[in-house]
Design a protein around this ligand. Structure first.
Ligand code: SF4
Length: 208
C-alpha cells in the first residue's frame, strides 16, 4: 500500500479555512508518536558500535530523532541495532534479547558484519548475517558505516513506521503468529533448532 495513501484523510478543506483547520488520521497520530520515540537497545558488538556511540553523542545527536533514550533492557526497547561482528557465541544471546523485546519491534543491521558476515564471513566463529536468525528491517552498508549512514538507516525505520497501518499491523492481528524464535544452541558448532530436520536429512544423504 502506498504510504501517502494511508496518511491522506480524504477530506476537501476549503482554501479560506485551511489555516484554521487541521484534519488528521488515527494512523498519522499513532505513527507520529511511535516514530518520534523509538528507543534503541543499548548494546554493541564490535567496531561498528563505536560509530553507533558517536551517533548518540552531541555531534550527531540522536535526540533530534527522539531516539536519545537508549535502554539497557530489551523489555523497554523497540529497536535493536546490531552493530558489529556477530559471532556464533553471541547469536543465542542476541536471539534471546530479540525475543524479550515487546512488539512492535524493529531490527537494524549496522555494517557489513551484521548484514552478511563482512570481512570475517569465512571465519569459523562468525555467522554470515544476523538475518539468518532474526528478521531485519533495515540494512546499513559500510565497514564501519559513518554516523550519517546510521542516521539515514534510522530515518528509514521511521519511514517504515510512518507507512504502517494499525489495522493490519501483525501485532494486532487475531491469531497472530508472534511465537518466539527458538534460541540457537552453541555446541561444537551453532545449531539452529529450526533446521534440525534439514540437518538430519543432510546427514542421511551423506551416509547413503
Ligand atoms: S563492519 Fe567493519 S567496522 Fe563494523 S564490526 Fe565489522 S569489521 Fe568492524
Amino acid at each position: 500500500m502506498d504510504t501517502n495513501e494511508l496518511n491522506v484523510p480524504g477530506y476537501e478543506i476549503p482554501p479560506e479555512v485551511q489555516g484554521q483547520v487541521a484534519i488528521t488520521t488515527l494512523d498519522r497520530i499513532y505513527n507520529w508518536g511511535r516514530r518520534a520515540s523509538v528507543w534503541p537497545m543499548m548494546f554493541g558488538l564490535a567496531c561498528c558500535a563505536i560509530e553507533m556511540i558517536c551517533t548518540a553523542a552531541s555531534r550527531f545527536d540522536l535526540a533530534r530523532f527522539g531516539m536519545e533514550i537508549m535502554r539497557p533492557s530489551p523489555r523497554q526497547s523497540d529497536l535493536m541495532i546490531v552493530s558489529g561482528t556477530v559471532t556464533k557465541k553471541m547469536v543465542p544471546i542476541i536471539v534471546r534479547l530479540y525475543n524479550q523485546m515487546p512488539e512492535p519491534k524493529y531490527v537494524l543491521a549496522m555494517g557489513a558484519c551484521a548484514s552478511g558476515g563482512g570481512p570475517f564471513k569465512e571465519g569459523y566463529n562468525v555467522v554470515s548475517g544476523i538475518d539468518k536468525f532474526i528478521p531485519v528491517d533495515v540494512y546499513v552498508p559500510g565497514c564501519p558505516p559513518t554516523p550519517q549512514a546510521l542516521l539515514n538507516g534510522l530515518m528509514k525505520i521511521q519511514e517504515k513506521i510512518t507507512g504502517e497501518h494499525w489495522r493490519n499491523s501483525r501485532w494486532y492481528q487475531k491469531g497472530r503468529d508472534l511465537a518466539e524464535i527458538p534460541i540457537p544452541i552453541l555446541g561444537p558448532d551453532l545449531i539452529d533448532p529450526r533446521k534440525v530436520e534439514e540437518y538430519h536429512r543432510r546427514l542421511a544423504e551423506s551416509e547413503a
